[in-house]
Structures are given as C-alpha cells and as structure tokens.
Design a protein. Structure first.
Length: 244
C-alpha cells in the first residue's frame, strides 16, 4: 500500500508539473502575441525599453511567461537584449534596412515561384479575400488597418510556398523591417493604390500558375518598396522645419 501511494504521488506530481508547463507555455504564447501586436501596430516604437515586471503586472501573469516571450521575440527579430541594460524593441538603421530589402527581394522571388506552383484554389480564394480587405483599408487611407493586413498577406504567401524553412527565414527577416514598411505607407497616402495594384498582380500570376511572373512581380515589389521608403524619407527631410 505504501508503494502504491508513493507511485500515485509521483504520478500526481508529474501530472501537476505537466499542467503547469502547458499553462506556462500557453501564457507565453499569449504574451508574445500581445507584444508582437503592439510592436507591429506601432504602440511600441523602436528603441522602447520593455520592463519585465511592469508587463507582468499589466498582463496579469508571472514574470516567467514574459521572460520566455522576450526570448521568442528576440528570435523573431523584433526585440534585442542588451547585457546589463534590458530588452528593447529592435531598431534598424536605414543602411541595414536597404540590405534587408535586397535579401527580401531574393526570398520573395522564390516565394512567388513556389506559391504559383503549390497554390490550391482555396489558397487563391484566401489571397483574393485578403486583397479585398486591403482594398477597403486602402480606400479609407487607414494605415492602422492596412498595415497588419499587408503583413498577413505576405505571410500567407510564404505559407503557400510550401517551404517551411523559407517561410521561417522570411518571417524573421521582414519583422526587422516593420517600422520602415509602416512608415512608407503612413508618410505617403499615394502609396496605397500602388501597393494594392502590385498585390493584385501578384495574386493573379499565382492564380494562373505563372511561376516566372509571380517571382518577378514579388521581387520587383520588394525593391520598389525600398525605393518608396527612400522617397517617403526624402520628403520628410525636405519639409520645412516648424519651430515649437
């Protein structure tokens, strides 16, 4: 009987430990998604410091899930950890952004080609539905609505490519560009119809199964996005300074 009780106690401890582990991982995912949302929607800006204790209190969780979320976000390229200083929202220089856009263009070409080969009728329908929602946000010149949809659209393309490794590399890379991609839209409303037109062309090439066209259009889209960023920043530099 003693042996039975001991064994049952061990099983109970293991079960409780497993439940605690699962709960912790679930909380980590929720915290990660919330912080990712705040970063991508501009609530948290590049260079902002993330305080583990404050966030734990605000989100009503222990420090553990917040700490794990920080690690996941660092792997995703959205935050950086500085020794003895803390965790900060990732800040990328314009020169680094240019380099990332060039790499992104190469990855986008591969994504376009593979997506055109692997896309099902359901995939194309999903992309067209996403495009409709983007068109609605673009007509309203609503950056807050359009930008997350744009991120999801490109993420879906990476998924449709059928290459998990490619999708993973692409996601981490484009996360580092989130500020510049958002600012390009926010600083020049004329970029909305251009962006929509380019996305529509990409979807139609994929629907036709035209790998060459889809790859070329996505490659051009990435490089033209980089050029639009420079034009948007040039406008800011040229604008007259208004004293406070």
């Amino acid at each position: 009987m003693t042996i039975y009780k001991t064994r049952w106690s061990n099983v109970k401890v293991k079960r409780e430990g497993l439940i605690e582990l699962l709960q912790s991982h679930s909380l980590t995912t929720l915290v990660q998604r919330e912080l990712e949302r705040r970063i991508l929607e501009g609530e948290l800006s590049p260079g902002d410091k993330l305080n583990e204790g404050d966030l734990a209190g605000e989100l009503n969780v222990s420090r553990g899930p917040v700490r794990e979320a920080f690690r996941a976000l660092e792997e995703a390229g959205l935050v950086r950890t500085e020794k003895n200083r803390g965790v900060f929202v990732r800040q990328v220089s314009l020169r680094e952004a240019d380099e990332i856009y060039e790499v992104r263009a190469g990855l986008d070409r591969m994504i376009g080609r593979l997506a055109a080969v692997h896309a099902t009728a359901r995939d194309v329908a999903d992309l067209r539905q996403m495009l409709k929602r983007m068109q609605q946000a673009a007509r309203a010149r609503d950056v807050d609505a359009y930008y997350p949809l744009n991120v999801l659209f490109h993420d879906r393309l990476a998924e449709v490519s059928g290459n998990g490794t490619l999708a993973g590399v692409y996601r981490r890379l484009v996360n580092e560009l989130h500020l510049y991609r958002r600012e390009t839209l926010a600083r020049n409303a004329q970029n909305f119809p251009t962006s929509i037109r380019e996305h529509a062309g990409i979807v139609e090439a994929i629907a036709r199964g035209d790998a060459d066209a889809a790859g070329t259009l996505l490659h051009q889209h990435a490089l033209e996005s980089r050029d639009r960023l420079h034009r948007a920043l040039d406008k800011v530099m040229e604008a007259p300074h208004v004293p406070n």
